[in-house]
Design a binder for this molecule. Structure first.
Ligand code: PRX
Length: 632
């Protein structure tokens, strides 16, 4: 079904998608079940921005996962769930069972007062109920917003408030490696700062003792007990919201990226099938967390819409031993394995011993996502995990794009280390210089934009359409600006160079420098701060903070720890700075702007050419900063 089989097939499809995009996408969309067909395939205006795919069509995405496929796939395993502890039994959930669970929970949500268009926050560990929660929301037309369960209570509260969520779905705790994280307590704390949430449903996982607020909190197992396992799917419009997912940008507050139903459904399935070249009896595993877009599109929606068997892993790559990923691959005979460069580099650091006990001979395709994969990691992954025979798909995309945009198609596109390579059909990248002039031809480097809509693109930033326009559609009017730099090499293959804005990529997680600065500035002793990324062997980028503070009554070391803790408490452990340098001033231009270029160079230990510092208001501070720099 709509699967490209060869390089010439790809080139042919690509041409069709550019010359007749509406015809191209309508042919693909026709293989789905629509309750009412569309009046128009696409209408768009990037200046609005306003983009509509499959206008006025009606559907339910879960009918496309379940009813459309039950006849052929009912008894097939939809989700293999591997728990944190390797000796706890795994679960194999068939499509029919997942359907029943989804319907039962859809009835539960409705019984608890959630309806079409209501926002539901999902703050849960990687357990099957998290997948059920997402699908049940989609079943009733509610909008899910999954928040990564490693975020702090204030980050969670911000997201609840921004989307005015009516319900929170959570668990008592979260087993992650050797840790037992008290998830419900974080929710309780967040709810002290919010006032829209009426009900909290708590799934029992760790059996930790938790506070249950009378009238507000219910146990999942009790709430579902009397609910039917049949549910008539809500009818939603193609452009109705499917989910909101918060992500960091270059300004302080995370924004709620909005994805709608029809286009997202078509693109997540099409891209999954083609990039990974999934075949019907394959076992596919993506190691992301459902709190990120990769988990949404390539653990849940893309694979399930394709009738695939998707593996969901609760734990971490190094627990109870650094061979856990490889053990799981052998245990379930995984065929497609999709992970992040940061995980690859972390595992590479353990050497080859943890891999030797495993065959890894079931693997057909290996994939990478989230950040540029350096050549060394690419080769290690390709040689030692892919055994030199598996195509490696380096997939470039973003929360905003909803699906993979630039990537080899496994076994079809010739592999080129560290290159995301070629755009998927329907994706029209363009490289521009700072003024927005197109850089045509090969051997060019510039900013990556997309000049034509694709079905799973961002529609707005929740509650603030102006922000969506300013962030993505204003730098280069008439185009979507990705925030990434890119190079087109002599063969016409694309290589992503990383962010060109103030967004860092730490272990594959997006983190705005302003967001971390805002958190640091919350510390009462902090006067001003500036945060930059620096190259980090495992994380890709680390976080380096320069902080001006009132040190009176504290030791420098004590204050640095307090600042790190402040960030951990406000955002979460993933945002904790690796280095904090206390400084007396920050290099500023005469107009008062911090010269980040200098800070980045010092943090990267690259002070040989600092460029012109004569225009600074306070050039003397540069020497002080260099002298006190923390070595990484
Ligand atoms: O800088 C790019 C980088 O991750 C950013 C998107 O982050 P996020 O929205 O969190 O989504 C991550 C998972 C899709 C991009 O702007 N990025 C993602 N994939 C790659 C990448 N950079 C280089 N190569 C990739 N394959």
């Amino acid at each position: 079904m709509n699967k490209i089989q060869s390089l010439s097939g790809y080139l042919h499809e690509y041409q069709k998608s550019v010359h007749q995009p509406e015809k191209f996408w309508s042919r693909i969309a026709e293989s789905f079940h629509w309750k009412k067909p569309w009046d128009q395939v696409l209408s768009w205006d990037f200046n609005g921005p306003e983009v509509k795919w499959f206008e006025n069509a009606k559907l339910n995405i879960t009918e496309n996962i379940f009813e459309r496929q039950l006849f052929t796939h009912g008894e097939k395993t939809a989700i293999i769930w591997e728990p944190n502890e390797s000796d706890e039994p795994a679960l194999h959930i068939t499509y029919k069972q997942l359907f029943d669970k989804t319907c039962q929970f859809a009835n539960t949500l409705e019984a608890q007062g959630v309806g079409k268009g209501d926002r539901v926050i999902i703050y849960m560990p990687m357990i099957p109920e998290a997948a059920v929660a997402m699908l049940a929301c989609a079943r009733i037309g509610a909008v899910h917003s999954v928040v990564f369960a490693g975020f702090s209570s204030s980050a969670l509260a911000d997201r609840i408030n921004d989307c005015e969520a009516k319900m929170v779905l959570t668990s008592d705790g979260n087993f992650r490696g050797a840790k037992n994280i008290p998830v419900k307590a974080v929710v309780d704390e967040a709810l002290e700062k919010t006032n829209t949430v009426e009900k909290v449903i708590v799934c029992q996982r760790t059996k930790a003792e938790v506070h249950m607020e009378p009238g507000r909190d219910l146990w999942w197992h009790e709430a579902i007990k009397d609910q039917d396992t049949k549910h008539k799917a809500a009818t939603v419009d193609s452009e109705d919201l499917l989910f909101i997912l918060y992500t960091s940008g270059s300004t302080g507050k995370p924004k709620g990226v909005v994805h709608t139903t029809g286009g997202y459904m078509v693109y997540s399935q099409y891209s999954f099938l083609n990039v990974f070249q999934y075949e019907q009896n394959d076992v596919y595993w993506c190691t992301a967390d459902i709190g990120w877009i990769t988990g949404h599109s390539y653990i849940i929606y893309g694979p399930l819409l394709s009738g695939a068997t998707t593996l969901m892993f609760e734990g971490v790559p190094t627990y109870p031993h650094p061979g856990r990923f490889w053990e799981i691959i052998d245990k379930y005979q995984v065929n497609q394995f999709y992970t992040a460069p940061t995980a690859i580099r972390a595992l590479q650091a353990y050497g080859l011993d943890p891999i030797t006990p495993y065959k890894l001979d079931s693997l057909k395709v290996i994939g990478s996502v989230g950040e540029p994969i350096n050549e060394e990691a690419w080769h290690w992954y390709h040689d030692h995990i892919g055994k030199g025979k598996c195509p490696l798909v380096d997939t470039w995309w973003q929360t905003e794009t909803g699906g993979i945009m630039i990537s080899p198609l496994a076994g079809i596109t010739p592999n080129k280390p560290a290159h995301a390579s070629l755009p998927l059909p329907g994706v029209q990248p363009i490289i521009v210089d700072a003024e927005g002039n197109e850089l045509k031809g090969n051997n060019v480097e510039g900013n990556l934009c997309i000049k034509f809509p694709w079905p799973s693109m961002i529609r707005t930033t929740y509650g603030d359409h102006k922000r969506c326009k300013e962030t993505y559609f204003s730098a280069y009017p008439g185009m979507y600006f990705t925030g990434d730099g890119v190079k087109r090499d002599h063969d016409g293959y694309l290589r992503i160079l990383g962010r060109v804005d103030d967004v860092m990529n730490v272990s594959g997680h997006r983190m705005g420098t302003a967001e971390v600065e805002n958190a640091i500035n919350e510390h009462p002793k902090v006067i001003e701060s500036a945060v930059v990324g620096f190259p980090h062997d495992i994380k890709g980028q680390g976080i380096y903070a320069y902080v001006i503070c009132d040190i009176e009554g504290r030791t420098e070391a004590g204050l640095i720890e307090e600042i790190k803790d402040t960030v951990r408490n406000i955002i979460g452990p993933i945002a904790k700075p690796d280095q904090v340098q206390i400084v007396s001033g920050l290099p500023k231009t005469r107009s008062g702007k911090i010269m980040r270029r200098i800070l980045r160079k010092v943090a990267s230990n690259d002070i040989s050419n600092l460029g012109d510092t004569s225009t600074l208001l306070n050039p003397e501070v540069v020497d002080e900063i260099i002298k006190g720099a923390k070595t990484n």
